[in-house]
Design a protein around this ligand. Structure first.
Ligand SMILES: Nc1ncnc2c1ncn2[C@@H]1O[C@H](COP(=O)(O)OP(=O)(O)OP(=O)(O)O)[C@@H](O)[C@H]1O
Length: 610
């Protein structure tokens, strides 16, 4: 029988948190919240506790407090907890503890843990987390990641070392099992991270194949940010009587640090507001901007370039190494703005899947599926099927998530905003919503999916309300904004389709060159690494408008930039409420431009093989 834990329901056995034992409990004491256990009280291997301390995790998060004791007892767990709540450590720490415990008496090498994630970026992230957690027991824990663009021969030799833990997408895992490079014969732990997305990413067949390759008695942990119907199918196949942790009610305190706004405006005003926000720094700190498609990300980047606003794009077309590097560098504080094209919902019908509770969406599900199949075939550019930006990636210290284009579903919205206000930090989400009567008014840049913005917003408001959160309108002073309009129009006009096409091709060419031919050169010349920045200018062939790069004083309202908005949400501190500044900016270069002024691709001669 399944057992559902509610928020006050602690696990029955396992390492008990220390409890105060009052000799005469009075009413007041009874009402006091239970003391929260520390990491060392959860029954974890001391070397892992040491590594956790090194990462400055002060105490376990709720999902860690609930899931770790259950996993250590060997129970299957299906856990739903909000994005950014620390699910990765919640499954890795007990698995690594069990492996270390077994190895103390039986050092025979075999792959004991398989961690399946839907995207390559996420695999990279989880792999790094394994390495960080096993920093003090590196000789006892050997992990491998199966998602790199390496030949089968290299992959095979990686696996020949018999890693204790393998992190992979289902497709790569099945490929390795099928080619006998990976043996799951003695597997003990299986994790499906972001489990709700595994099927929507089209891994159904791989999952089925993998399920047939598993030995009996594998302990399964499924982690998810939503409890979608897909989970039932996976639960049936992989779980044995799992304990279900539905932790949705528990995040009130943390959610207060996320402020959500929306702006209702036409297409042209989106560009104007975005220009004002970033040029006048109305929102400060690292931002993640989501747009509807790849072309749009380049359009926005080129538009920003006209005003000397640096940004970099992130999309499924870029090589995986580049994508991982961009995320890493953003996390180090090197870039302030990433423009990400969130291509998944449209590609895999997530809209239909997530609204499973709503009858009419259920009916249209299969139809949407067919349409999506068609649209997938129609794709012009080579996209990576294992790409995902809004899911699971741990972008650190994101001050604001801006939905320049609305997502097409409420769950996609949840995933996007989950990139900010993580691990107790503050953050804001700002969404641009095009009212129905203003849709299509600016033909050159309009995006089809925005026709449904208001409908999607209504769903989002409903869904967020269920979680006790609300979205507030964010009002710009339209009159004050007008002074900037002609500059915006000028810049937007300069970003032609041809310029976008050229920028897109140029970036791809540059990135391919960077990741292959230049790799060695930059290894030998680390000081020139700044040339590898991903937020350089792409619009070299475009009309150059020097006057747009600065905001003349006469354009600003008398009262200063504050007069542009009613609310003062601009400053988002990178502080926890305890006042400690957690944002690491050490790696950040002082200058924002190339000091040498040289373009490495012009000055560097690619070595040719003789
Ligand atoms: N106990 C803790 N104390 C402080 N920070 C923590 C703790 N546990 C995890 N973190 C940090 O919180 C961030 C989010 O963790 P993680 O990526 O595991 O969240 P998640 O629940 O998997 O999110 P998502 O669903 O988006 O993947 C990470 O930067 C992680 O290092």
């Amino acid at each position: 029988m399944k057992r559902k834990l509610d928020k006050n329901d602690e696990p029955e056995e396992g390492p008990e948190p220390k409890k105060t034992q009052p000799s005469k409990p009075d009413e007041q004491q009874k009402q006091q919240p239970e003391p929260e256990p520390s990491f060392s009280e959860l029954g974890l291997d001391p070397r892992l506790v040491q590594a956790v301390a090194k990462q400055n995790f002060e105490k376990p998060t709720l999902v860690q407090r609930k899931a770790i004791p259950l996993a250590l007892k060997g129970q299957d767990v299906l856990c739903k907890a909000k994005t950014g709540s620390g699910k990765t450590a919640a499954y890795l720490l007990p698995i690594l503890t069990s492996i270390l415990k077994r190895k103390a008496t039986d050092p025979t090498p075999f792959t004991a843990g398989l961690i399946l994630v839907p995207t390559r970026e996420l695999a990279d992230q989880v792999f790094k987390a394994v390495e960080e957690f096993s920093a003090f027991c590196a000789k006892d824990i050997h992990a491998a990641k199966l998602t790199e663009n390496v030949s089968d021969a290299v992959q095979r030799s990686l696996l020949a070392n018999v890693p204790d833990v393998v992190v992979s997408t289902p497709a790569r895992a099945w490929h390795s099992v099928n080619s006998s490079a990976l043996s799951l014969a003695k597997l003990q732990f299986l994790v499906l991270d972001e489990a709700d997305l595994v099927l929507s990413y089209g891994y159904d067949e791989d999952m089925e194949n993998l399920s047939r390759s598993l030995p009996k008695g594998v302990q399964t942990i499924m982690m998810s940010a939503t409890l979608s119907p897909e989970l039932d199918a996976l639960k049936e196949i992989f779980c044995r009587n799992p304990t279900i942790l539905d932790l949705k009610e528990e995040f009130g305190a943390e959610d207060e640090k996320l402020t959500q706004f929306y702006v209702k405006c036409g297409e042209e005003d989106k560009w104007l507001i975005a220009y004002l926000i970033f040029k006048l720094q109305l929102i400060k700190g690292p931002c993640l901007i989501f747009v509807a498609d790849i072309d749009r990300s380049y359009r926005l980047k080129l538009f920003f370039e006209q005003f000397s606003i640096r940004s970099c794009v992130l999309n499924s077309e870029l090589p995986i190494n580049t994508r991982i590097k961009i995320i890493e560098e953003f996390n180090k504080g090197i870039y302030d703005i990433i423009i990400a094209s969130d291509e998944r919902p449209e590609a895999f019908g997530e809209e239909a899947a997530e609204e499973g509770e709503e009858e009419k969406e259920k009916n249209s599900k299969s139809k949407d599926g067919q349409e999506n199949q068609k649209s997938k075939k129609k794709r012009k550019y080579q996209k990576d099927e294992e790409y995902g930006v809004s899911r699971g990636i741990d972008f650190k210290n994101v001050a604001a998530v801006i939905n320049f284009d609305m997502p097409t579903s409420a769950s996609s919205y949840t995933h996007r905003i989950g990139r900010t206000a993580r691990a107790g930090r503050a953050g804001i989400a700002l969404s641009f919503v095009i009212p129905k009567d203003q849709f299509g008014k600016h033909k050159p840049t309009m995006v089809k999916s925005c026709e449904k913005d208001e409908k999607v917003l209504a769903k989002i408001i409903r869904q967020q309300a269920k979680l006790g959160r609300k979205l507030e309108p964010y009002n710009f002073n339209k009159q004050q904004m007008e002074a900037f309009r002609y500059r915006m129009t000028d810049a937007l006009r300069a970003v032609t389709r041809a310029a976008i096409r050229e920028a897109r091709t140029r970036e791809l060419r540059q990135e391919l060159l960077r990741s292959e031919a230049l790799k060695r050169y930059f290894e030998e010349n680390p000081t020139e690494l700044q040339h590898l920045r991903h937020d350089g200018e792409l619009g070299k062939g475009m009309r150059h408008q020097a006057h747009l790069k600065h905001v003349p004083d006469y354009l600003l309202p008398k009262e200063g930039k504050k007069a542009l908005t009613e609310q003062q949400i601009g400053f988002v501190p990178f502080k926890k409420l305890d006042g400690k500044d957690r944002r690491r900016r050490k790696g950040r270069p002082k200058g924002r431009t190339f000091k040498t002024g040289k373009d490495p691709l012009k000055t560097f001669k690619v070595r040719r093989k003789k």
